[in-house]
Design a protein. Structure first.
Lengths: 349, 244
């Protein structure tokens, strides 16, 4: 009888698994360091305005992280992501302000509605090859804003929805005009959703997503149901937007109008992801910070920020198509190499 | 094992396949040869569910599998190594292999998959040396080996290869086809699409010749090698020095 060679299963730890573990550990350290830094921010920043901006950065970070999953991993583009943000915000706002719902129950309801809409948009369009999703989400983006404006009885129309109650936490109201509490609340969400994202993209489904971004055909021939994966990525990214929407609804203004949920915002989100670097963990953060800063700086010039986004996109595509985070990573690598070479030179001398 | 019966397929208005029938028996290497644009890739795409068969039917193991979604066909045991290799360039070699076992992960269990991956690394030492490297940085021959190993990790019973020797140096192509032959000797059934008819017929048991979407000839590999039509059109008799 031929001797069967025993291949030891898991104990022989795989290089790749090792590399992935190391990468994951490094990411955990990065995430922990980042949020520790964020936690210390209010000690230094007392200015209400700045805290408010940092809350907006947090919301944008959640939105961009969700969109990054769709663009950077599933390889699909949403041109109407602000609509999912808007649905989340308005479902939360209406349920709590008009119907006196508990904000957490409203958060869940908003998640359910947004996910359902995303699923309905994705299911038929993602079966087809090509940019049908981009077209469909563009349409959804337009429709949602029109519906918000027209159903005045429900949404307050263009005049807006007012008197949205505060978020509650363990039975206590989070006084959202005391920005510090709300700042921590929003950034706790950012932390949670970032960790979720990091785990998701390192998991087996995450690997399948990256594969399908690389070569959809090859992924299919290996048994990845690529259409189903894209739909899931869209639903998750819409769910992220919905949570950001709920957080927006309960933020300091406690007021909703259709304006922030239009095409303009969809484009800004798209630019955040591309600028920061699609398919990276820290890209959305870099993009969210940069674009929020630009938005604030250009506030006096109203709609001209879209010109800046256009320019940014063009320049990015030429100068660093991989986005800021990859460019910075490469720069860091080169610096380290130079330092190492310098040291080696010193030793030699 | 596989039986394709009078299948038609088209891309919009362009009809790519007209009444294609072929069969592959267990343990065979069957080759499908034909000029560029004859419909070889389309035939494979229909079998693996990537393109719909408008007419005709496909049976695998006696069961009708016509127009099943690709992921279910992979689970049934049909795997295609697509044209142009299509390794996941941004992923490591090991990640590529893990994805090869994608369809088994749930059923097979992790340790079994890991053991299988190690077995592929033993078989292809060049890949072992580069397991942590991005697949995009491999040479053409290594990428083709990776695509083969990745395909084998789905534990297919029928493996379909689409022009694996395209773009490879003759020596590397030969090594590759030897590996295919070895897999067959270990029990795999192979449907091999090639433009390089001589290389394909060297390892095949039987073959089909496809011309503008129709099967025009079929026979054992030897019969095809001896056929004057095949010699003239696909083996370049008289132009040997040009081709070899
Ligand atoms: N995606 C496509 N869209 C339209 N026509 C296609 C497409 N792919 C292949 N064809 C056409 O179908 C025919 C068969 O192509 P294919 O199966 O790729 O041939 P082969 O693999 O034998 O070179 C050709 O006429 C080709 O032009
Ligand atoms: Mg082809």
């Amino acid at each position: 009888m031929a001797a069967v060679r025993e291949v030891p299963p898991d104990n022989d730890v795989h290089d790749e698994v090792l590399a992935a573990t190391q990468r994951r550990r490094a990411q955990k350290v990065q995430i922990a360091a980042f949020f520790l830094f964020v936690a210390l921010v209010p000690l230094a920043v007392h200015n209400r305005y700045y805290l408010h901006i940092l809350i907006v950065v947090g919301l944008n970070l959640i939105l961009a992280t969700g969109l990054n999953l769709l663009m950077g991993y599933a390889g699909q583009v949403s041109l109407g992501h602000a609509a999912f943000y808007g649905i989340g915000a308005y479902v939360s706002g209406i349920l709590t302000a008009t119907y006196g719902c508990n904000p957490w129950a409203a958060l869940l309801a908003a998640l359910a509605v947004t996910s359902l809409v995303a699923w309905l948009v994705g299911k038929p369009t993602l079966r087809l090859r090509g940019h049908y999703l981009a077209m469909a989400t563009l349409g959804v983006g337009i429709i949602v804003v029109v519906v918000i404006r027209q159903t005045t009885g429900l949404t307050g129309g263009a005049a807006g929805l007012t008197e949205i109650p505060s978020m509650t936490l363990f039975g206590r109201e989070l006084q959202s005009n005391m920005d510090m509490h709300y700042f921590y609340f929003v950034w706790a969400w950012v932390c949670l959703l970032t960790v979720l994202f990091a785990n998701l993209v390192e998991s087996r489904p995450g690997r399948a997503l990256r594969a399908l971004h690389d070569s959809e055909l090859a992924a299919q021939t290996l048994g990845v149901d690529t259409a189903a994966f894209k739909v899931r990525a869209l639903v998750i990214s819409a769910a992220y937007a919905s949570i950001a929407g709920t957080l927006y609804a309960h933020s300091s203004m406690r007021f909703l109008s259709p304006t922030p949920f239009g095409f303009h915002t969809s484009i800004a989100l798209l630019v955040m992801v591309v600028l920061g670097g699609q398919g990276t963990l820290w890209g959305p953060a870099l993009g969210a910070v940069t674009i929020t800063a630009i938005q604030e700086a250009l506030r006096p010039y109203a709609d001209y920020d879209i010109v800046v986004y256009g320019l940014l996109l063009v320049v990015m595509m030429i100068v660093m198509p991989g986005g800021l985070s990859r460019a910075l990573g490469a720069l860091y690598g080169r610096l380290r190499e130079r330092v190492a070479r310098h040291r080696a030179g010193d030793v030699a001398r | 094992m596989l039986r394709v019966r009078s299948v038609d397929a088209s891309y919009g208005r362009v009809q790519a396949l007209r009444g294609v029938s072929l069969h592959v028996d267990a343990g065979e290497i069957v080759t499908l040869i034909g000029a560029n644009g004859a419909g070889k890739s389309t035939t494979l795409a229909v079998i693996s569910g990537l393109i719909r068969a408008q007419v005709g039917d496909i049976q695998f193991d006696g069961r009708d599998v016509t127009n099943r979604p690709p992921h279910r066909l992979v689970r049934a045991g049909i795997c295609q190594v697509p044209e142009g290799r299509q390794v996941f360039g941004d992923l490591t070699v090991a990640d590529n292999l893990l994805l090869g076992a994608y369809s088994r992960w749930r059923r097979g269990g992790r340790s079994e998959v890991m053991a299988d991956i190690e077995r592929q690394f033993e078989r292809f030492p060049q890949l072992d040396e580069r397991r942590g490297q991005l697949a995009g940085s491999l040479s053409g021959g290594e990428q083709q080996m990776l695509a083969l190993a990745r395909g084998l990790l789905s534990r297919p019973r029928l493996l379909m290869l689409d022009e694996p020797s395209l773009g490879l140096a003759p020596i590397i192509a030969r090594q590759f086809l030897d590996e295919v032959q070895r897999s067959r000797d270990e029990g795999l059934t192979v449907l091999l699409v090639e433009q390089n008819a001589r290389a394909a017929l060297r390892i095949a048991d039987r073959g089909y010749v496809l011309e503008t979407g129709r099967i025009v000839l079929e026979g054992t590999a030897q019969e095809l090698l001896d056929n004057p039509e095949v010699q003239r059109a696909y083996l370049g008799k008289g132009y040997r020095e040009v081709w070899e």
